[in-house]
Design a protein around this ligand. Structure first.
Ligand code: GCO
Ligand code: MN
Length: 389
């Protein structure tokens, strides 16, 4: 009681500018909110305790903006950011809105479109560097197909890689302090999008010329759209040292991209995502990428912002309670049964360790008899989340 759950800059929350600028349009309906000026969005987010903002080139600088105006907009964004203590933490390139990208950007069948995409990406990287963003995301929303005869996915991925490799060299050549993160998504707006899951994006990074510069930006909604477990996907990236950014939001599984407020669906999975980020002391920003409901007016946009952060802070508190709960920790200790001698044997191959392991007598029937108290463990977790523990 009496807790405010007010975000501090040290909580390192971030929002995509496009999330609060979203006007509630969907494929069946027109916008329900007035346009929000990006500089105003930066100011308001900063005032609300948000640490960083993420942006597409065209969120701040519309296509075709003359150079002098571009410079002025960047300067204004910096000034406003400084005045309310918010910085650009991630930049990205919009390669999906303009009809030129209707059949892809880096994977388009047209060399001219691919070249334009590369040019646009370089310009966006320049803007990102000027505003101090250390992460640059590639969400290939249009990199995909509806018609499989139109594109060979192997060729498309080769083109994707060539573009990323080119841009890595561009970053290095310019001495920018910037890393890349690929954001996977299975579908929408394309029927099928290349690099559909965290695992496929992760594998792709290792095939690039500078794998150390490229990680993954998983989004909870995109993972759940495939019916997968966002906690598992995120932990795999953490373990591989490839979690370079994250997009937090909520989503019912196996549906269109609902992009709803963080914590609004599957609290338990959201809890475990927060637990992973906190337990591993992941240093990145806790970035939200979702949309206010279409039913909201301008005031509701800020309720959405506040709600995302409050849910994160409350879940973070629940993580601390989980980690300190004697009964929960007791069950965890009980199921994590160690054995020093065996662990040593398994920890690295040698002929001797292999021979010793093969000679050991195990009693699988006896081992199988141990009760694993997962009913109790999950119920305790549930009750902790429900606030009665
Ligand atoms: C989506 C995506 C986008 C990207 C963002 C960065 O709505 O499917 O999440 O929001 O994350 O546009 O390019
Ligand atoms: Mn996203």
């Amino acid at each position: 009681m009496g807790k405010t759950y007010k975000p501090a800059k040290s909580d390192k929350f971030a929002f995509g500018l496009w999330t609060v600028m979203n006007r509630g349009a969907d494929p069946f309906g027109a916008p329900t909110r007035k346009p929000l000026d990006p500089l105003e969005a930066i100011r308001r987010l900063g005032e609300m305790g948000v640490y960083g903002y993420e942006f597409h080139d065209n969120d701040i600088i519309p296509i075709g903006t003359p150079a002098a105006q571009r410079d002025k907009l960047i300067k204004r964004a910096k000034q406003i950011g400084d005045s309310v203590g918010i910085r650009a933490t991630m930049a990205t390139c919009n390669m999906f809105s303009h009809p030129v990208f209707k059949d892809g950007a880096f994977t388009s069948n047209s060399a001219k479109v691919r070249a334009y995409a590369l040019q646009k990406a370089m310009n966006a990287i320049d803007v990102g560097a000027e505003l101090g963003a250390k992460v640059f995301v590639f969400w290939g929303g249009r990199e995909g197909t509806e018609v499989d005869s139109s594109k060979d996915p192997a060729v498309a991925l080769k083109r994707y890689r060539e573009a990323i490799d080119f841009l890595c060299e561009y970053v290095l050549d310019n001495g920018y302090d910037m890393k890349f993160a690929v954001e996977p998504k299975p579908n929408e707006p394309r029927g099928d999008i290349f690099l559909a899951t965290a695992g496929s994006a992760l594998a792709f990074t290792y095939t690039c010329a500078h794998p150390e510069m490229i990680g993954v930006n998983p989004e909870i909604e995109h993972i759940r759209m495939s019916g997968l477990n966002s906690y598992h996907e995120i932990c795999q990236l953490l373990e591989a040292g490839k979690l370079f950014d994250i997009h937090l939001g909520a989503q019912k599984p196996l549906r269109y991209d609902q992009d709803i407020r963080f914590g609004a669906e599957d609290l338990k999975e959201s809890f475990f995502v927060v637990k992973a980020l906190e337990d591993y002391k992941w240093p990145g920003t806790r970035a939200f990428d979702a949309h206010p409901y279409r039913t909201e007016n301008e005031a509701g946009v800020w309720d959405f912002v506040e709600g995302c952060m409050r849910s994160y802070l409350i879940l973070r508190e629940k993580v601390a309670a989980f980690n300190a709960d004697p009964e929960i920790q007791g069950i965890l200790a009980e199921i994590n049964e160690g054995n020093r001698a065996l662990e040593k044997l398994m920890s690295g191959y040698s002929r001797e360790s292999a021979a010793e392991l093969k000679a050991r007598a195990f009693d699988p029937d006896a081992l199988a008899k141990k009760q694993l108290r997962y009913e109790k463990l999950d119920q305790l977790t549930q009750e902790l989340l429900l606030g009665v523990r």
